[in-house]
Unconditional design. Sequence first.
Lengths: 184, 247, 168
Amino acid sequence: MKLYLGIVLLLLTAFAKGDDEKAKIILVKRILNDIITERNDLAIEYNLYNIGDGVATDVELADSSFHESDFELISGMTSVKWSRINAGSNVTHAVVVQPLRAGDFNFTSAVVQYVSEKGVDVTFGYSNEIGEQEILSLKEYNRLHASHMMEWGLFALWCMPSIDVPLLLYYLSKRKYSKKVKKN
Amino acid sequence: MTCLNCDITMTKSEEDEEPDVISAHKEAETAIIFASGVEPSVLAGKKASAYIHFANKGSSNFIITSIDGSFRYPQDFSYVIQNFTVISPNKMIDAGYEGSFQYEFQPGELSGGRSFGLVINVNYKDTEENLYRDAVFNQTVQVIEDEEGLDTETFFMYLMLLGMSGLILLGVFHNVSGKSRRGKKRNTPSANATTLNKVQLETGTTNGPVDYNWIPEETLKAINKGTPSPRRSPKKRANKQRSSETE
Amino acid sequence: MSSLKLFLCLFLAYCVNGQSCIQPSVSPSSYSSTNQKLSKSTAFVVEFSLKCASKTDNLQLYADIDGVQFPVTKSSESEHYQVSWTVKDKKTVAHNFDVRFFDEEGYNNLRKVIRSGQSPESIKPLFNVDFQHPGLSSGFWIKAEFLGLAVAVLVLYVVCRERSQIIS
């Protein structure tokens, strides 16, 4: 059965004339994080949409903007390929990195290359540029977002004297007074 | 003669000079897709994303300077209702290359349930600083009302109604209980003014017993007899003076 | 005629052998976002390097995760594969994912089964990877400020009670 199917498909592809079906890939690069902090995970999502009529083959995505000196790769690969993306469909790819330093960083484009039509040369495309984003330092991030249990604990400690001393006096006098009342 | 000529040429160039119409370059192809698919689905007050594809099929480089979007009156696309933030990628797309751009726009909250003409323009220029503009999207869209936001509105409305009804009830209750409390007060005898019981109404010394121990005896006798101290009544003072004068 | 036969034979061999992986051995590693303060969306990544007994030139894999199919990407350089997906703006809870990988044939069978409404469990995957997502959390479930407020209210209550006792 498979052999027959294979032969038929082969003949069809040999004689069929694709009527100008070209693929067109949009590559969208997005940062999934709301906050970017040094030494905390940063997830980047790549979406490839094929808005053309034809199948895109040999689709390769490469993002070389995360140099080893600035980012540590946690998960995902920055240079991947798909063998085909059908017309009207989309694929997603994610990469997780960790910034090594705080400060502003200019996130530049990723590059996609694909074959839009059989027999045509490879097409190169750029993704959108994200631009400058601020990478918070760990201290700044902790100041804003960590749970401040330690600070509250210390605050309670410093509040204790001004509350405890009057309370103690009150209880001592109360005990004395209630003793007297009981005596009477 | 020459002036006539140059006059003619001047008028000719004036006639030829059309208003600046920036159009698209024929070697640049653009396409757009929205986060919701090929057709945009915009919610009032929520950010919508559009992804724009720019293919440079020519032989010279293009620089995408800005992308802008706006809502127009559906019947007349030249009337702008809302302008969206312009993004300036300033990106160079080389000959034969393609580029993708993300354009985010947020329709105003009050635009729900109405239809608008959405126009998204891509402005670009070539290496000779010639400007081009391509209307990537130029159709009417229906802005959908955001269902989520309505819930907080109704929630706070109910909260306010509850509060106001509570306030009214409180006022009524206070009025009713106030009247009954005043009625109660007239019947009970008022106690000593110095009592700690704050409920009793202060009436002074008209009704209760008064402690006279501190008044010296003569004045007390005088009061009980009914003759006030000479200092107090001006008439008595005058009499006393006359009696002292005549003496 | 004989050349045609030869060609057909080769084609047959290719059809049978080329697109599948025999005796796969997988070494996976996975990642999922866990810090809600950093990002409201969750990213899931399953990476693995695959070794097959047969030659795999154009192997196209597909992953099925909880009923949704994704194509698997391959590294441009090595035999390392990756499938990734994201869940946006929704707090994801702890979940044990069973990621099933199919080759081209298995994927087509799976799609047929789904379209006909049958259970997708019936198609056996090439191999599968389990991974545990601990859930997107924002730290300790009690906030420090709330705790401080509770303590302050308690102290106030005690003091007020004592005071009313004295006054009465």
